[in-house]
Design a protein around this ligand. Structure first.
Ligand code: NIG
Ligand code: FE
Length: 400
């Protein structure tokens, strides 16, 4: 089945030559981009479906490379504590933070969590996300982590929603009655082997941060995960430079995220080790913290992605909003910001079918966003509403 997108204003392809194409048409065949052509005359009498793009601009579908998709309840009440001067760590130590969400998530039924997942995936799609990394991490026991992973697996089978890369993040925090040592032991002897047996996760992630999992505990969990065939991701240096970035470089993990307080020396080590830096500007936005120095990172040619970090402490499920923070608040140019949520994000978050994504070119998956505007830069400049007019999602045209 062919769909032909014509009357396109411009296509920001994000291909290797940074090509911005004008007056071209995109030929989609099933779920793939068959070709990008000057003329569609040869298709005129075919039974293809024709989509008039109306002179609008097109950009690749966004890849949200860091999203804590599945949890119940909320923690908006914690803002009050923050206003009283309590830090994220202090709120967690009072029994709030991740643990509060774990309590609410465990109480929710599978049906409720499934419904929550669908709503959030729809919200992400409405904002142009065509592929999302989804972490577990609000179960924190073997039984509850497997339950979350299995709901994510069900969500993968739903039609007309972003596709998912599933990450197991059992090492997110500990429940009362456990120490970080005892829980790490339980993860290594019970949780991880069962997660591996279940085949429900593609990657493992650890919250490596002073006050949460130590560098040593993180290393043990990550090495065993790698041995079991999982790809590795990390949360590092979110509040302090605690050695997480160093470990990321030593292990050569695929992506080290947050990395807000990582030193330049360590950033360069990560770059040399082929580790992607995953910036999450929504988190400091929600917490009232400073942003990292993006310009310095770009000046050193350090590869980076940006993602939402959607979670109860950072209720941002929109990649364009994250783009707006980088571009309109932090001086990043719209092209570099777009690269970080498309072709760069594809490096840290590949598709399991190995099709290329985050790029518009012959042979890649047909995932692209038709913007409301004829200007491609608009993707990150409408923070109060979605800039997306319609989407081609794996070959299916969806108009909002
Ligand atoms: O990436 N920092 C660790 N995990 C999440 C927050 C989780 C939560 O507060 O519920 C993050 O910001
Ligand atoms: Fe996170």
């Amino acid at each position: 089945m062919r769909t032909i997108f014509y009357n396109i204003g411009s296509i920001q392809t994000m291909d290797e030559n940074d090509s911005l194409l004008v007056e071209k048409s995109i030929i989609v065949n099933n779920n793939l981009i068959e070709n990008i052509v000057d003329s569609i005359d040869e298709f005129e009498s075919s039974d293809a479906k024709f989509v008039d793009v109306g002179g609008r601009a097109i950009v690749p579908g966004f890849i949200d490379a860091h999203n804590h998709l599945l949890w119940a309840g909320d923690r908006f009440n914690e803002h009050n504590l923050r206003m009283q001067g309590k830090t994220y760590a202090e709120i967690a130590n009072m029994g709030g933070g991740i643990m509060e969400t774990v309590r609410q998530t465990r109480k929710a039924s599978e049906k409720e969590l499934h419904r929550i997942g669908i709503n959030r995936l729809n919200e992400a799609l409405r904002n142009g996300t065509t592929f999302m990394e989804a972490k577990s991490g609000y179960g924190l026991s073997t039984e509850h982590e497997l339950r979350l992973l299995s709901i994510v697996d069900d969500l993968k089978k739903e039609q007309n929603l972003p596709s998912i890369h599933s990450t197991w993040m059992g090492a997110h925090a500990v429940t009362p009655g456990h120490t970080y040592d005892s829980y790490t032991e339980e993860i290594l002897s019970d949780q991880l082997p069962k997660v591996l047996d279940s085949n429900l996760a593609e990657s493992a992630d650890v919250f490596c941060e002073p006050g949460w999992f130590s560098v040593e505990q993180s290393e043990d969990i990550l090495r065993s995960s790698r041995q079991g065939g999982l790809d590795l991701r990390m949360h590092v240096d979110e509040f302090k430079d605690g050695g997480g970035g160093e470990l990321a470089a030593d292990l050569g993990v695929r992506t080290a995220d947050h990395a807000h307080h990582t030193s330049m020396d360590t950033r360069l080590k990560m770059k040399d080790a082929g580790v992607m830096t995953g910036f999450l500007p929504g988190t400091p936005y929600c917490n009232g913290d400073e942003w990292p120095n993006f310009a310095a990172v770009q000046g050193e040619g350090i590869p980076f992605t940006m993602a939402t970090d959607f979670n109860p402490n950072c209720y941002i499920n929109s990649i364009p909003f994250v783009g707006s923070l980088a571009v309109q608040r932090n001086g990043m140019n719209p092209f570099d910001a777009l690269a970080s949520v498309t072709r760069e994000a594809a490096k840290s978050t590949p598709r399991s079918d190995e099709l290329e994504h985050g790029i518009i070119k012959k042979g890649s998956i047909a995932n692209f966003n038709i913007l409301k505007s004829k200007h491609w830069e608009s993707w990150c400049m409408t923070p109060s509403s979605s800039p997306i007019h319609s989407i081609c999602l794996e070959g299916n045209y969806i108009e909002f």
